[in-house]
Design a protein around this ligand. Structure first.
Ligand code: SF4
Length: 65
């Protein structure tokens, strides 16, 4: 799975970094920082959960296949 995070719509809520700290971080301004652009195996479920919990719709998880 491929991850994308749009800092233009991120609200800095931090849900993503809490449920998937290996994939997402927050900058000093609170906005999402993508740690990895790929999420396969167990990371896939965390990526999907983070996208589901994100209140602003800033996260996209897509299947490149
Ligand atoms: S959960 Fe969404 S709004 Fe919150 S920091 Fe992550 S991307 Fe931004």
């Amino acid at each position: 799975m491929r991850l994308r995070a749009d800092t233009g719509v991120c609200a800095g809520a931090g849900q993503c970094a809490r449920v998937a700290p290996d994939l997402f971080d927050q900058g000093d301004d609170g906005l999402v920082v993508l740690r990895r652009a790929d999420a396969d195996g167990p990371a896939r479920d965390r990526a999907l959960l983070a996208a589901d919990l994100c209140p602003s719709g800033a996260l996209r998880v897509t299947d490149p296949a």
